[in-house]
Design a protein around this ligand. Structure first.
Ligand SMILES: *Cc1c(COP(=O)(O)O)cnc(C)c1O
Length: 425
């Protein structure tokens, strides 16, 4: 409804900023500079900006290492041997899970493989995996290699749910139907909760329910969902999930990934799993016993002692998430994305090119837009003029105005630069 009152003017955008309770968090981040100015940053869905507090968390680890060396494992201000445990509660809030269902380790693709060791256990009868068509390439490679590892052919074993002819999004009913059709041949449902390309949110609650009802395991790749949309992994009853932390969660390039394993799979002795010493109980770990004594939390999936310098920035960022909370972030996100959509429609009227937003209404913080009649030169123009976006050939632009650090004025200014870039062509 708000759209009716939106205006594509600087004064109006500034007014929205003045009313924005999150506006002050802009100062908590570092911005790349172009032409001596902070950039307008639309690629928080790829690599989030660096929070200013991150430096301190990393410096603390460097200092403890410098001054305490090995003693830092137990006597650092935040001892390293259980450093990762400090993330479980905050992350649990972000993904809708109990702290014991969370662990932080490795990186995303590695973790999905490790979780598939536990949750993709194909038999001759039940061996199929259902995913979305054109999943993120790493996920496709992962699924194909897992299937081959178990002696099946990807063409037989992988069911890709397609979009309908002429549509840019997946329909929930088509996913549910594919699950039902696969029935007792279906071993696993594994989908990206928010699609990286069109920004669509899948109905994780309904899809999880459908997958469970045919007896499959259900897992979610939350790379584009975590820190972006509301998640209730525990209540949705998902078996597992994993995500990277460097997109909306601002933890820094390639940094540690998070996993979720539902409570009902915890504390089991007979679950197939690749194991290492960091998955054993802390109390007995240093007795160096030959028997694996699993921690009764998702930490049982940890293999190695965690990379503290990678986990520290994640903890720093989580403090900001904890302070603001997902509810407030999502509230701003809805508003800023719909304002951006409005601005795009307004500019569309003023230029000859046509914009086609391919992101459906079930969306988080991303609009994917076809700029018909435009090309790579426009992307270069935007970049030169201080707007960092993500361009996919031939002419799709992905815009993710992360609510933590993007302003309504950014949306207005971007619209003006976009218009200028098209007119000057
Ligand atoms: C970003 C992304 C990845 C990245 O995987 P890494 O293992 O962290 O390199 C994987 N899957 C999806 C869906 C992504 O969006």
């Amino acid at each position: 409804m708000e759209v009716l009152t939106y205006q594509n003017t600087l004064a109006y955008a500034q007014q929205l900023d003045a009313e924005d309770p999150l506006a002050k968090y802009r100062n908590e981040f570092h911005y790349p500079q172009i032409n001596g100015k902070d950039v307008i940053y639309f690629t928080g869905n790829s690599l989030g900006l660096q929070p200013k507090c991150t430096q301190r968390f990393v410096d603390d680890v460097m200092k403890d290492w410098r001054e305490l060396a090995v003693e830092g494992h137990f006597y650092a201000e935040k001892p390293w041997w259980d450093y990762h445990e400090r993330l479980a509660e905050g992350l649990g809030k972000v993904v809708g899970a109990r702290p014991e269902e969370i662990s932080v380790m490795n990186t995303l693709t590695v973790n999905l493989h490790l979780l598939m060791v536990s949750f993709y256990r194909p038999t001759q009868k039940r061996f199929k995996i259902l995913c979305e068509e054109k999943a993120f390439p790493s996920d496709q490679y992962m699924l194909q290699s897992q299937v081959r590892f178990h002696g099946f052919a990807p063409n037989d074993a992988i069911i890709e749910v397609k979009k309908r002819e002429g549509e840019h999004f997946w329909r929930t009913e088509d996913v549910l139907k594919a699950i039902e059709e696969a029935g007792d041949e279906l071993a696993l449902v594994l989908i990206g909760g928010v699609n990286y390309y069109n920004g669509q949110i899948f109905d994780m609650k309904e899809i999880t329910k459908a997958g469970k009802s045919v007896g499959a395991f259900v897992g979610w790749d939350l790379a584009h969902a975590v820190g972006n949309i509301e998640l209730n992994l525990h209540d949705w009853n998902a078996d597992f999930a994993a995500w990277c932390s460097y997109k909306y969660m601002n933890s820094g390039p390639g940094n540690a990934s998070g996993i979720f394993v539902h409570e009902r799979h915890l504390g089991k002795k007979d679950i197939p799993r690749f194991e290492g010493w960091w998955g054993t109980k802390k109390e007995t770990r240093f007795l160096m016993q030959p028997e694996f004594d699993a921690i009764e939390t998702a930490d049982a999936w940890q293999l190695s002692n965690p990379p503290i310098l990678s986990v520290a920035p994640y903890l720093a960022s989580l403090e900001l998430f904890d302070e603001v909370g997902m509810t407030a972030l999502i509230e701003k996100q809805k508003k800023i994305v719909s304002y951006l959509e409005f601005v795009l429609h307004e500019i569309d009227k003023e230029v000859e090119s046509t914009f086609e937003i391919i992101t459906p209404k079930d969306r988080g913080c991303q609009l994917s837009v076809f700029l018909h009649g435009e090309g790579r030169a426009l992307f270069d123009y935007l970049m030169k003029n201080g707007v960092i976006t993500d361009w996919r050939e031939p002419n799709v632009i992905r815009l993710a105005p992360a609510p933590f650090y993007c302003s309504f004025t950014d949306m207005y200014t971007f619209g003006q630069i976009l218009k200028q870039g098209i007119l000057e062509k």
